[in-house]
Design a protein around this ligand. Structure first.
Ligand code: PAF
Length: 298
């Protein structure tokens, strides 16, 4: 097994490493993460490994993307185990920068007097779905991802489909800010019973863990209804919301049927949809989505 993994914490060291790779003409892929890595992250890393000469995994629990009252303090930090796992996967570099270097000025998304520059994604992509429930979240995401793109200067960046809206916003940011970075989206990894892998799954109690896989099953039921020709999107969303509540979810932030490219509400003539869900079990918020195509009629 390769054991050449380097860990960089200092921003200057990252610049120098990237410059060396650039001089050698190597293709670099970045997999941004907040650590506490699981099979879902590993699938992103394996994809990156296939596409690039050098793979960088960034590990940084980004305070800026947690709203007040969210789980920033408790978010699991497992750097040592993460590095061990990434060594076995043949990752070249773990970039785990110090928060004081990434954010030398205090930035608080809830405080408008914050004295630092942020990257604010366009409202048409952020004022809905997760953005509507997590104010400032996507500005936190684009700001850190922008910083990582700047620091690592990757040719390729790999993100997971599970965070569908995040991927759409980062794609828009890459386009709007003229980055020449190829964005690759990796399919969602699931447990055998269908639950989308997430670091937050470990917050679930045994009872909640039994309920959680019903998210995916309910999405599949909704997909069937669309394939059967049902186009009453609002009614379908309402029905699925009721289903989630009946099954035992404590809150349903949204069940939405959207256009997979624009994330706009679907039209009756659409033949492809992304079905997006955010629900809560106790304090744990879980998201999932699937992309569905209409059955081919011959
Ligand atoms: O998807 C995540 O884990 C985070 O939002 C990301 C992209 C690493 C930015 O902190």
């Amino acid at each position: 097994m390769p054991s050449h993994l380097t860990v960089i914490r200092d921003l200057d060291d990252m610049y120098h490493q990237r410059a060396r790779w650039k001089r050698e003409g190597l293709v670099v892929a970045l997999v941004p993460t907040m650590g506490n890595l699981h099979e879902g992250h590993f699938s992103l890393v394996k994809l990156a490994r296939k596409k690039a000469d050098r793979v960088v995994v960034s590990i940084f629990v980004n305070p800026l993307q947690f709203a007040r009252g969210e789980d920033f303090e408790h978010y699991p930090r497992t750097l040592k185990q993460d590095i061990q796992a990434l060594t076995l996967l043949g990752v070249d570099l773990v970039f785990a920068p110090e928060a004081t270097q990434v954010y030398p000025e205090q930035i608080d998304m809830a405080n408008e007097a914050a004295r630092a520059t942020t990257i604010v994604p366009p409202a048409f992509l952020t004022n809905m779905l997760c953005g509507a429930n997590r104010l400032g979240h996507f500005t936190g995401v684009t700001t850190i991802v922008g910083k990582l793109f700047h620091l690592v200067a990757p040719d390729i960046a790999v993100f997971g489909q599970k965070d569908y809206q995040q991927v759409a916003i980062i794609r828009q940011m890459i386009y709007d800010l003229n980055w020449s970075i190829k964005l690759i989206t990796a399919p969602t990894s699931r447990t055998e019973d269908g639950l989308a892998l997430s670091s937050r799954n470990q917050y679930l109690t045994i009872e909640q863990r039994v309920i959680a896989p019903r998210i995916y099953r309910t999405l599949l039921t909704l997909a069937e209804r669309l394939r059967d020709g049902d186009r009453q999107y609002e009614k379908l969303s309402r029905q699925m919301t009721t289903t989630f509540k009946t099954i035992g979810f404590d809150e349903v932030d949204y069940v939405e049927i959207r256009h997979p490219n624009t994330l706009m509400p679907s039209l009756e003539t659409d033949r492809c949809w992304v079905l997006l869900v955010a629900v809560r079990l106790g304090k744990t918020r879980l998201i999932d989505n699937i992309v569905v195509e209409a059955a081919f009629l011959s």
